[in-house]
Write a protein that binds this ligand. Structure first.
Ligand SMILES: Nc1ncnc2c1ncn2[C@@H]1O[C@H](COP(=O)(O)OP(=O)(O)OP(=O)(O)O)[C@@H](O)[C@H]1O
Length: 534
């Protein structure tokens, strides 16, 4: 998040915002200044002149009161446009990354953007508006007496240097709040994800304890943050009051010396209020802006999109000397294998032989302890050339979204709608849809689970088919589908001539010899060398 980015989001809107704040500052200053004539009319005991200037002042004040909400609305829209842009970039970053925790993502998209809006964007406009009011007020004071300007300058230096006292502490406190909030979200995701299991084992006390711990830390960090903020406000407020009193004192002396009129004395005090309130607001805003420095740097990094080049050809992969190792010492050694572009490969092996772990390695969710994985789609002089790839992944539990079955297949891409029916036929979903009154438009109800496990598997298979992914990992993707349908789906999956050929690596148990024979190759995992942790 940057000033430039905020201003550039919508240039005509930026001009409107700046213009509205400019006339708001002019009207505000004028309203205060014109009151001088009402005061002078009182000392001259001229009722008509007093009423005339009072009406003029009131009209200007009314204009000021109307301008502020207008300017605020325009600026809020500007912030929202900018945040929308940032949110889109962050989503893009996570979408292409595939390796982030949901809680981090939620925190970046909600809490952190809220902080940037309240502690960066809003303070910026406060500074702009404050600077305008201060400039106009100084101009007017200067016309009255240079002594008033000198007093203002001295008091301003004192007021401006006060916030420095707590700047660092506030930045740290803000970062801690974020950290603790992320931990809380993490705990919620981990523990509430297994809520049914906890219920089954009456483990409510443990859930409660964990949530209490995490939320306690979050509350504490928030309290500390508020404490620093309050101290900062107290220190700034004190400086502000001393400065205002100083101005009243000096302008009073100037009045008694006949340097300024009574009207000037009256409004000089008001301008003192505008100036010091402006300075107070600016210093407070600067402190807030500085406290978001770490957050802004993080957001900028997140906005740097991880764009993956997605080639349209099928990919192959070569694995050599591959070894996976978990923190507990569990080590799995894999046989070397090569999967050529477009091949359909079956991955088998007893439970615990490392099939899922191989998928984690291929998805780059786990770094090999040894060996390497090379994805390629081109050969040069007979040798494969390493290339980045986006690996498709169909996990054992199909991930569906609360949208129509059609949208779940197209993933909201209307351009590929016409291919839906073909994909539906190939995954044997046609008969299931015929039983649903709304057919493809049936809304997936995650809460009441209106789709069976097999139907959900068919939906994600159709999704994978329609999206032409160049390399797809499938983990027991037909486990809930009956034997006859599975055979037909396999025929379609393995023999389908897609626009671009697709490489498939599929984990499956209990396939008949005929079904296994449909694959180009079978990788059988057997021995697992275990090195138990101490
Ligand atoms: N996160 C983990 N931490 C430590 N060990 C793990 C972890 N995940 C898996 N393992 C161990 O690694 C070995 C291989 O597990 P993996 O899940 O890859 O096997 P699998 O062949 O997919 O089994 P299944 O067919 O039962 O799904 C097992 O001994 C397992 O206990």
């Amino acid at each position: 998040m940057s000033i430039k980015g905020l201003l550039k989001t919508n240039i005509p809107q930026t001009i409107l915002v700046l213009f509205l704040y400019l006339i708001y500052a002019i009207a505000g200053t004028l309203g205060t200044y014109l009151f001088k004539y009402s005061l002078n009319a009182i000392t001259a005991k001229n009722l008509n002149s007093f009423i005339f200037w009072e009406i003029i002042t009131m009209v200007t004040e009314l204009a000021t009161a109307l301008l502020l909400p207008l300017a605020t609305v325009a600026f809020t829209r500007q912030i929202q446009d900018y945040l929308h842009q940032i949110r889109k970039d962050i989503m893009h970053h996570y979408y292409n990354g595939d390796d982030e925790k949901i809680s981090t993502m939620q925190n970046d998209l909600t809490n952190n953007l809220k902080i940037l809006s309240t502690d960066f964007a809003t303070p910026l406009i406060t500074i702009f508006s404050g600077l305008l009011s201060i400039t106009f007020s100084i101009g007017i004071l200067f016309r009255m007496s240079w002594i008033l300007i000198l007093t203002t300058a001295v008091l301003a230096v004192i007021t401006l240097s006060l916030p420095k006292l707590l700047e660092k502490k506030m930045s740290q406190a803000n970062a801690t709040v974020n950290q603790k909030n992320e931990r809380l979200l993490n705990t919620i995701a981990h523990w509430l994800g297994g809520l049914q299991e906890l219920r089954r084992y009456n483990a409510f006390a443990r859930l409660n304890k964990k949530l209490k711990e995490a939320s306690g830390e979050y509350v504490e960090s928030n309290k500390k943050n508020m404490l620093y903020r309050s101290w900062s406000e107290i220190i700034n407020g004190l400086g502000n009051s001393v400065a205002q009193l100083g101005m009243v004192l000096i302008s009073g002396i100037l009045f008694f010396n006949h340097t300024i009129s009574f009207g000037d004395f009256g409004v000089a005090a008001s301008f003192a209020f505008i100036i010091f309130e402006g300075i107070w607001n600016i210093t407070d805003s600067l402190t807030r802006i500085k406290s978001t420095k770490i957050l802004r740097e993080e957001t900028t990094k997140l906005r740097q999109a991880r764009t993956l080049e997605i080639p349209t050809s099928a990919f192959g992969v070569i694995a050599t000397n591959l070894v996976a190792k978990y923190d507990n010492g569990e080590t799995i050694t894999y046989p070397d294998f090569t999967i050529k572009p477009g091949q359909k490969v079956l991955l088998t092996g007893d439970s615990g032989t490392g099939k899922s772990t191989l998928f984690k390695l291929l998805l780059n969710k786990l770094t090999p302890a040894n060996g390497q994985i090379i994805y390629f789609y081109l050969y040069k002089n007979g040798n494969p050339i390493k290339s980045p790839v986006q690996v498709g992944n169909l996990p054992q539990d199909p991930i569906v979204f609360p949208a129509s079955i059609k949208d779940n297949i197209t993933m909201f891409d209307s351009k590929i709608q016409e291919n839906v029916q073909t994909a539906v036929n190939k995954v044997q979903l046609t008969n299931d849809l015929a039983k649903m009154p709304a057919g493809l438009e049936t809304q997936v109800d995650l809460k009441n689970e209106n789709l069976s496990g097999g139907q959900r598997q068919k939906v994600v298979l159709a999704r994978s088919l329609i999206h032409d992914q160049p390399f797809v990992l499938m983990d027991e993707v037909t486990s809930a589908i009956d034997q006859t349908a599975t055979e037909k789906i396999l025929d379609n999956l393995l023999k389908t001539k897609l626009k671009t050929k697709q490489t498939i690596l599929m984990i499956a148990h209990n396939f008949t010899p005929e079904m296994r024979a449909k694959f180009d190759q079978e990788i059988k995992l057997t021995a697992v060398r275990k090195e138990a942790a101490e």
